[in-house]
Design a protein around this ligand. Sequence first.
Ligand SMILES: O=C(O)CCC(=O)C(=O)O
Ligand SMILES: [Fe+2]
Length: 190
Amino acid sequence: MHSAWLKDEEDPLIRRISVKSSALASLTLDTVEELQVLNYGIGGHYEPHYDFARERERAERQFGDWRGNRIATVIYYPEEQTTFTEETGNRIATVIYYMTDVDAGGYTVFPEIGVKLIPRKGSCAVWYNLKKNLDGDYRTRHAACPILAGTKWGMYFTPITFVINGSMREAKSLIVRVKVNLVSRGQKQI
Ligand SMILES: O=C(O)CCC(=O)C(=O)O
Ligand SMILES: [Fe+2]
């Protein structure tokens, strides 16, 4: 899996996607991370993980823990080491856009709640990683299944909690899936 981070200033298109995502998540853009574009080739996948950082992971990074296979957990999100501190907060929500259909495989799965999202070009899913009290919601554990045929492009958008000016709405269901008018360079609107 390859990924790249895109800043709003880089293109008005990026800014439009950010604004759209903030509306979808009902959260402001004040403390949002950069938009992340993901690409998976054949066999590309993402092991089960949480998008929010956990205290234990932080502690392990700080003090080191070489028992068992914990080291694997630590390296999933090397950037979290600097991304999540007491000052910057945690990832409150995730918005994922599927930019391609995948010929086979590539589902985003949530094993704790038995949900699978089949990548469909132009669709989008939103979920809240944190509960209202800002504790991590462990039901959001998810993974990207291996690509069996074709390729998968996605976009990830993650507001973090530092200063929440937006109201955190009570999601009716944990994962909200919506159809978006996905952008391409020729299109003016998203
Ligand atoms: O590509 C997917 O389906 C999920 C990716 C993901 O979970 C992540 O980037 O945090
Ligand atoms: Fe994730």
